[in-house]
Write a protein that binds this ligand. Structure first.
Ligand code: GLC
Length: 781
C-alpha cells in the first residue's frame, strides 16, 4: 500500500491515504509551546515539558489510538453530513485527502461533496497554536456549513490527573468570554508548579460553543459521532465554571456561494496573565496576521535547515541530508526521548543522550546545542560523573540511578564539533557549577568526566560497566566487576581528542595524562582478553567469562566494539578492518546491521544478559539504527566508500520503508526509527520508536562529515569526501563562520583529495577560514 510521497520543492511529505499503519506525525513549536500532530490531526500540546505542563489530552493506551487532537469538524447543514478534513475521528470517506507535514507546519487539504477544506496548523514566534481554516464551495449551489473545533483540556500535571482527577477537576473552570470570542481555561490547581492562563479563541464570530466535553459528545455519543453535531442538535453554549472535562469547541456558520472561499482561524494562546493572553488574541485577530505567523514559523525552520545543502542526484540522500535528517536532529535535541506517540511525556533529558543529540545540532544550530550542553554540564556531580536523566524545567535529576558507565565520555565529541563550528574557544573557560558544589570551567568539566570513567575500572583495567554502558540492554547485569569494552574504546577516543585540544591550549600535563590513559587502554583492549581473533569482545565478566566472543552460543558478536575499534583507532594495524569485515559478514541485513547476533533466547546461563527484549527486538538483535551510524563512520575511516554508502543508504527511512514494505515497516518514511526488528523475528522489518532517537544526530554526522566529508575544524572547513564510485559529481553548499562555501566534488575514486579554493590550490584537505561572504571550492578525489 502506498501512503504518500515527498514534495521536494515544498520540502513536505504528502500523505494521501489517511489510514497509515500507525500515526505519522509532525512536530510544531517554538521550543516553549510545542505540539505533535498526526495525519489524522491526533496530537498533543504542551508548554516546555509535558509532565507538568501538558495542555491538551492525548490517549496512549485506549483503542482506538491517536485520539483526541486538534479537530475540525465540517457539518453540512443541508445534508446533515459531518466530516473531518483530517479524516478521523468521524472517518467519513473523503473525495480527496492530503496531509502535508513540513518543517514547522502541517496542512490538510481535503474535499467532500463539493466542499474543499484547507486546514493549516503552526505555532509561531508567540505562544499560540494557530489552526487556520479555509473552506471553499466547489459545487454549483449555495452551501450552508458549520465548522466546529474540538480540543480536549486536561490537567497540566499528567500524573496528578490520573491520581487525583476526582478532586482536582474542581480546581479548574471553563467559560466563554464574548468580549474576546474565546473560551477561558481557568487553572487554579493547588500547588501547581505551573498555572498559566489559556484561551481558545476564534477570529470569526461564533455561532455557538461548548466548554464541556460531555455536552459536545452527548450521552450516547463519541468523538466519532458527537451528539451536538447530529441533525436537529445545536451547540449548547455550555460552560463549566466549577470544572470538569473541558473542551475547546467553537462553531462558525458559513454561507458559501458557488466558487466562494471563507477563511478564519482558531487561536489557542498561553501566557502568564489574562492581559497577555488577550494581547496574543488581538495580535492574531485576523487572517492576514495568522498567515504571517504561519509563514514566520515555517521560515524559522527553513533558515535553520539552510546550513548545509547537497545535490547528489540521489533523491533519498538529498532529501535526508537537506531537510528531514537535520529537522529530525533538532526535534530530538529539543524533546529528547520525552514525548511522541511512543513516549508518554514523563521522562527527562538523558545526560548521555542529550550530549549526543547536541552533536549534529552543533553544526545546524550551534546556539541551541550550546544551551543544551550547558544544561548537561550543570548536572555533572562533584566526582565528575553524570546522572541518568534530568527534568528540563526544574533541572532536577529524575533519579540518580541507574548509573551508566558512558555518561561523560561523549562530551568532548560534541564540544569539539561545537568549538570547530563557532571558533569560540573562550566557551571552554565558561564556569558552570557542578550539581553539588564546585565551579569548574567547561574545559575542566570534560576532563573531570574522563577521569571519572578512567578511575572506575575493573580487574582487567577497563571501565566498569555499572548498570550498563551505551547499551541499555546490558542493564542490571548483576556483576559489579563487569567491564565494558565499548566504554573503554570510547574513553580512548575521548582522551585522544581531548589531548589534541589540551595541547593546543598549552595544557601539556592534561594532554600527557590523556595520551597515557589512551595508550594504556588501547593495550588492554588489544590483549587476548578482548581481541577474539576476528573481532573484539563486548564485556569482560569477573568470573573470567565474557560476552561477544566466537565461543559464546548467543550474542557471539556485537556491532559496537567493531565500529568503535576503528573510530577510536584502537584497531589500527588491520584489526579494525578485520572486525568490520566480521560485522559485515555476520550482522548485515538488507535493512541494516543487527546490534548483535545470535539474539539471546530464554535465560539459560547466569552470565547471559537479562532478556527483556524478545529475540530480534531492541538491544537483543534488532537493527539498532543508532549503532549503524558508527559502522558507517568506521567504514569511511577505513576508506571503504562503497560499504559505508550501502550502510548509509539502506537505512534512509524512505529506503528502509520501501525495502521492508510500508505496511511491514509501519513508521514514518521521513524520520528515523530507533530500531527495526531483526531477522530473528517473524516481524523482521518493523520500525520501532520513531522521531526521537540518537540515530538522527549521529546519522547526520555520518552523512555530512564522513560520506560528504565536510567537517568544521578550528583551522577551517575540512573537505575530504568518502563517496561511492557512482556519485561522480556532488555539490555542497555550506554556511560556515560567515562564509558560504560552494563546493563542487569531482569524484573519480582517485584515492586522494586535492582542493582548490577560488581557483588556487591549497595544501591538505582543509579550506582555511575565509573572510569573504562566498567562496568556491573544487574538490578532486
Ligand atoms: C535508547 C536510549 C539510549 C541508549 C540506547 C541503547 O536509544 O535512549 O540512552 O543508549 O537506547 O540502549
Amino acid at each position: 500500500m502506498s501512503y504518500g510521497y515527498f514534495d521536494d520543492g515544498a520540502r513536505e511529505y504528502v500523505i494521501t491515504n489517511p489510514v497509515t499503519p500507525r500515526p505519522w506525525i509532525n512536530y510544531l513549536g517554538n521550543r516553549r509551546l510545542s505540539a505533535f500532530i498526526s495525519q489524522n490531526a491526533g496530537g498533543l500540546l504542551w508548554y516546555l515539558e509535558p509532565q507538568s505542563r501538558r495542555i491538551t489530552r492525548y490517549h496512549y493506551i485506549p483503542a482506538p489510538g491517536d485520539r483526541p487532537g486538534f479537530y475540525v469538524y465540517v457539518r453540512d447543514r443541508d445534508s446533515g453530513q459531518v466530516w473531518n478534513p483530517h479524516f478521523a475521528p468521524c472517518c467519513t470517506p473523503l473525495d480527496r485527502f492530503e496531509c502535508r507535514h513540513g518543517p514547522g507546519v502541517s496542512r490538510f487539504n481535503s474535499t467532500k461533496d463539493g466542499l474543499g477544506a484547507d486546514v493549516t496548523y503552526a505555532i509561531g514566534r508567540d505562544d499560540v497554536l494557530l489552526v487556520k481554516v479555509a473552506l471553499r464551495n466547489v459545487s454549483p449551489s449555495e452551501r450552508n456549513v458549520q465548522v466546529v473545533s474540538y480540543v480536549e483540556f486536561g490537567l497540566l500535571e499528567f500524573i496528578r490527573e490520573i491520581i487525583g482527577w476526582c478532586y482536582l477537576k474542581h480546581h479548574i473552570g471553563f467559560r466563554y468570554d464574548p468580549a474576546v470570542r474565546a473560551i477561558r481555561y481557568d487553572y487554579h490547581v493547588f500547588e501547581a508548579p505551573f498555572a498559566p492562563r489559556m484561551v481558545f479563541g476564534c477570529t470569526a464570530e461564533p455561532s455557538g460553543w461548548e466548554c464541556s466535553r460531555d455536552a459536545f459528545i452527548g450521552p450516547a455519543g463519541s468523538l466519532e459521532r458527537p451528539g451536538a453535531l447530529q441533525p436537529g442538535n445545536e451547540l449548547s453554549n455550555s460552560e463549566l465554571p466549577l470544572g470538569g472535562h473541558g473542551c475547546g469547541t467553537i462553531g462558525v456558520d458559513l454561507r458559501l456561494q458557488p466558487g466562494e472561499t471563507n477563511e478564519f482561524a482558531y487561536v489557542f494562546a498561553i501566557a502568564g496573565t489574562w492581559a497577555e493572553t488577550d494581547e496574543l488574541l488581538r495580535r492574531h485577530a485576523d487572517v492576514p496576521a495568522v498567515d504571517a505567523a504561519v509563514d514566520q514559523a515555517r521560515n524559522v525552520w527553513l533558515s535553520r535547515l539552510g546550513v548545509l545543502q547537497v545535490s547528489t542526484q540521489d533523491r533519498p540522500v538529498d532529501r535526508a541530508i537537506n531537510t528531514w535528517n537535520p529537522l529530525n536532529s533538532l526535534i530530538t535535541l529539543d524533546l529528547a526521548r520525552i514525548i511522541s506517540t511512543d513516549h508518554m511525556g514523563l521522562d527527562g533529558l538523558r545526560y548521555r543522550d542529550t550530549t549526543q543529540d547536541a552533536h549534529a545540532c552543533a553544526n545546524i544550530d550551534p546556539e541551541f546545542a550550546a544551551e543544551r550542553m550547558r544544561m548537561v554540564f550543570a548536572q555533572q556531580t562533584r566526582d565528575g560523573g553524570g546522572c541518568f536523566s534530568f527534568y528540563p524545567c526544574n533541572r532536577q535529576p529524575t533519579s540518580d540511578t541507574p548509573h551508566r558507565s558512558d555518561n561523560t565520555v561523549w562530551q568532548i565529541y560534541t564540544m569539539e564539533n561545537l568549538l570547530a563550528e563557532t571558533g569560540d574557544l573562550a566557551m571552554l573557560d565558561e564556569v558552570i557549577p557542578l550539581r553539588h558544589g564546585g565551579e569548574p570551567s567547561i574545559y575542566q568539566h570534560i576532563l573531570l568526566g574522563l577521569k571519572h570513567v578512567y578511575e572506575r575500572r575493573g580487574p582487567h583495567g577497563l571501565p566498569l560497566l555499572f548498570d550498563a554502558d551505551w547499551n541499555d540492554g546490558l542493564a542490571l547485569f548483576g556483576d559489579p566487576a563487569a567491564e565494558s569494552v565499548l566504554t573503554g574504546m570510547q574513553l580512548v577516543h575521548s582522551c585522544r581528542l581531548f589531548s589534541r585540544l589540551a595541547a593546543r591550549l598549552g595544557r601539556d600535563t592534561d594532554a600527557a595524562w590523556c595520551d597515557a590513559a589512551a595508550d594504556e587502554l588501547s593495550r588492554i583492549i588489544n590483549s587476548g582478553a578482548v581481541w577474539d581473533g576476528r573481532w573484539y569482545r563486548r564485556l569482560l565478566l569477573s568470573n573470567g567469562k565474557h560476552l561477544g566472543g566466537s565461543a559464546c552460543r548467543q550474542g557471539s558478536i556485537f556491532l559496537n566494539p567493531q565500529s568503535w575499534s576503528v573510530i577510536s583507532g584502537v584497531g589500527a594495524g588491520g584489526r579494525g578492518a578485520t572486525a568490520m569485515q566480521a560485522a559485515f559478514d555476520r550482522l548485515d541485513t538488507p535493512l541494516g546491521l543487527r546490534i548483535l547476533d545470535p539474539p539471546y533466547k530464554g535465560i539459560p546461563e547466569p552470565e547471559d544478559p537479562p532478556k527483556g527484549s524478545s529475540p530480534g527486538t531492541g538491544e537483543n538483535g534488532a537493527i539498532f539504527c543508532h549503532a549503524n551510524t558508527w559502522a558507517i563512520i568506521a567504514e569511511c575511516l577505513l576508506g571503504n566508500a562503497e560499504r559505508a554508502f550501502k550502510y548509509y543508504r539502506q537505512l534512509i527511512p524512505e529506503v528502509a520503508a520501501e525495502t521492508a514494505g510500508p505496511d511491514r515497516y509501519r513508521r514514518e518514511p521521513y524520520v528515523y526509527a530507533s530500531t527495526i526488528v531483526g531477522p530473528a523475528s517473524e516481524q523482521f522489518g518493523e520500525g520501532g520508536i520513531s522521531w526521537l532517537t540518537g540515530t538522527a544526530s549521529w546519522m547526520h554526522i555520518a552523512a555530512t562529515q564522513y560520506i560528504l566529508g565536510v567537517r568544521p575544524t578550528l583551522a577551517g572547513l575540512a573537505v575530504n569526501p568518502c563517496l561511492p564510485r557512482h556519485m561522480c559529481a556532488v555539490e555542497v553548499r555550506r554556511r560556515f563562520r560567515g562564509c558560504t562555501y560552494h563546493i563542487v566534488i569531482d569524484n573519480a575514486g582517485r584515492g586522494s583529495t586535492r582542493l582548490t579554493v577560488n581557483g588556487g590550490p591549497v595544501e591538505g584537505c582543509t579550506v582555511p577560514i575565509q573572510q569573504s561572504a562566498e567562496c568556491r571550492v573544487r574538490c578532486e578525489c
